[in-house]
Design a protein around this ligand. Structure first.
Ligand code: ADP
Ligand code: MG
Length: 284
């Protein structure tokens, strides 16, 4: 005759619950010693199995989503980036923007945490059981160009359209060919109002014509990507270079745009300032 314990073992094997099976003997001993009640034992076995499965699911999902190395909002030092409103980022982590299929833009100079924040939101999304895919713009376009050459473009566009959240990192670092820009436009059109996106860029929207090599495509892209959009502008120093500020030229440290030096001030006159000089003082 098989005992109830043997039955439980067989069921756990059949149900593919290895972690609960592993914990069974120890949990039984705890019951026998009177350390835990039967209900606590059930709770232990199920939660051990569930935690184990969740950890595995998240690990695999982070890999297939291309979110490794993973980042979290807990490991983001908001005090280093005072221009960033922490509560706004924490609100984004509630993931309502994913449900509403909105677009989040992280804009700012290199090293200010754009990719970190985008990845951290992606990780939160994976943990919440939603599908995510992350790529740099260059990777996306390369994959789309390859699929087009091989006659698999529709399939590839469908693949990118499927994720609940698509993260497009590093817009603006590399110039995009006309063919590439058109393919990216097709991708954005396929996802428009259907799925959420996070985009990161070191270039302002006014420069997108230059980035995509074509002002018409850039305008059409922005038309869709700025509709239902949340724009987070980060203005600060690079976290990567935080220990090397003395080695960085002033115009980079202060994130000032690289521009020719200002013209020298006009020679000082005695007496009351002219109307023009008074205006300059007021506005500066
Ligand atoms: P960006 O994408 O804006 O160029 P990253 O997000 O890649 O910058 O940040 C560069 C590196 O610095 C990453 O390793 C990131 O995890 C880290 N980092 C950036 N900002 C912060 C911050 N405020 N707190 C903690 N780590 C940060
Ligand atoms: Mg980045």
């Amino acid at each position: 005759m098989t005992s109830a314990l043997d039955n439980i073992r067989a069921s756990l094997v059949g149900l593919k619950m290895p972690r609960a099976l592993e914990a069974l003997d120890h949990t039984m001993q705890q019951i026998e010693r009177g350390d835990i009640t039967a209900i606590e034992a059930i709770d232990t076995l199920l939660s051990e199995e569930f935690t184990n499965r969740e950890t595995r699911r998240v690990t695999v999902a982070l890999m297939t989503s291309k979110l490794l190395p993973a980042k979290t909002l807990e490991s983001f030092d908001f005090s280093f980036q005072p221009s960033l409103d922490k509560s706004r980022i924490m609100a984004l982590a509630q993931l309502d923007f994913v449900k509403r299929a909105e677009t989040v833009h992280f804009l700012g100079p290199p090293g200010t945490g754009k990719s970190h924040l985008a990845t951290a939101l992606g990780v939160a999304c994976v943990k919440a059981g939603k599908s995510v895919y992350r790529a740099t713009l260059a990777e996306l376009i390369e994959a789309l160009l390859k699929a087009e050459r091989e006659g698999r473009l529709v399939e590839k566009l469908r693949f990118y359209a499927r994720a609940a959240l698509l993260i497009v990192d590093e817009i603006g670092y590399l110039p995009i060919s006309t063919g590439g820009a058109n393919l990216f436009f097709q991708l954005v059109s396929v996802r428009y109002e259907k799925g959420a996106m996070i985009l990161t860029s070191n270039r302002g929207f006014a420069e997108w014509g230059e980035v995509f090599g074509d002002p018409v495509v850039a305008t059409a892209l922005l038309d869709r990507l700025l509709h239902h959009a949340i724009v987070v502008q980060i203005e600060g120093a690079s976290y990567r270079l935080r220990h090397h500020t003395d080695l960085i030229p002033e115009h980079v440290r202060s994130n000032a745009p690289i521009s020719p030096p200002p013209p020298p001030p006009p020679p000082k006159r005695r007496g009351r300032p002219t109307k023009q000089e008074a205006n300059i003082k007021q506005t500066s």
